[in-house]
Design a protein around this ligand. Structure first.
Ligand SMILES: [Zn+2]
Length: 222
């Protein structure tokens, strides 16, 4: 099934057999979350970040878990009330409206993670090596930024309003429109701070601008 920004989310997960798993239900994510809490002093890894490490799995955060818990409670007397979100998506067909509602609320994130999942699939172990080991040298983790920008291009091209910052960005030659430049600046900033200073921000913006433009041209948006 082709990955596009408007793909049917449920159908895509089922076609590729991707299971959504709550981070706190996975020991490796509990370990990473614990390490990050020690290092950074915050719980963002659990509370707001969604993560893909390898094919067929997407690890979701507490925010989505809270939404899912509400649906489960509503259906507590049926089979759905006994299942976890990933299993419900892959194994049932009766509650598609509820399930699709919860996924649609985070569509930009899902499309972003779908890109990672697909890259993890075709790159094999190279995906993890590129993503993690190339952390060193910290300031020149080109591969990590490249993988993130491949996924963020959907967010910037289709939903810039969710990421655009209030302040205007300085005009540049060959720049994207204001909202997308602003969204790109937000991405460069968050890659810098959340993903441990992988590449100087102006480089990230330059690379991102090229990738978003190429994508938008391909889609007939430019
Ligand atoms: Zn990402």
């Amino acid at each position: 099934m082709k990955l596009t920004h408007d793909v049917n989310l449920l159908a895509y997960l089922r076609a590729r057999k991707i299971k959504l798993v709550h981070k706190r239900a996975s020991w490796i994510n509990r370990l990473i979350g614990w390490l990050l809490r020690v290092l950074t002093g915050n719980e963002r890894y659990f509370s707001s970040q969604t993560t893909t490490m390898w094919p067929r799995r997407i690890y979701y955060n507490d925010k989505l878990h809270a939404k899912w818990t509400k649906i489960k409670d509503k259906h507590e007397n049926s089979v759905l009330g006994q299942l976890d979100l990933g299993t419900a998506i892959l194994r049932t067909r009766f509650w598609d409206q509820d399930l699709s509602g919860v996924l649609e609320s985070i569509r930009p994130t899902m499309i972003h993670e779908f890109r990672h999942e697909r890259d993890a699939f075709w790159m094999g172990p190279l995906f993890q090596i590129t993503y993690l080991l190339l952390l060193i040298p910290v300031l020149l983790s080109f591969g990590r930024v490249w993988l993130e920008l491949r996924a963020y291009k959907y967010n910037i091209a289709h939903w810039p309003g969710r990421y655009a910052k209030a302040e205007a960005c300085p005009p540049k030659t060959g720049a994207l429109d204001d909202r997308r430049e602003s969204a790109l600046a937000w991405v460069a900033e968050s890659l810098w701070s959340v993903y441990a200073w992988p590449l100087p921000r102006p480089w990230t913006r330059w690379m991102g601008r090229r990738m978003v433009k190429k994508y938008m041209k391909k889609k007939g948006m430019l």
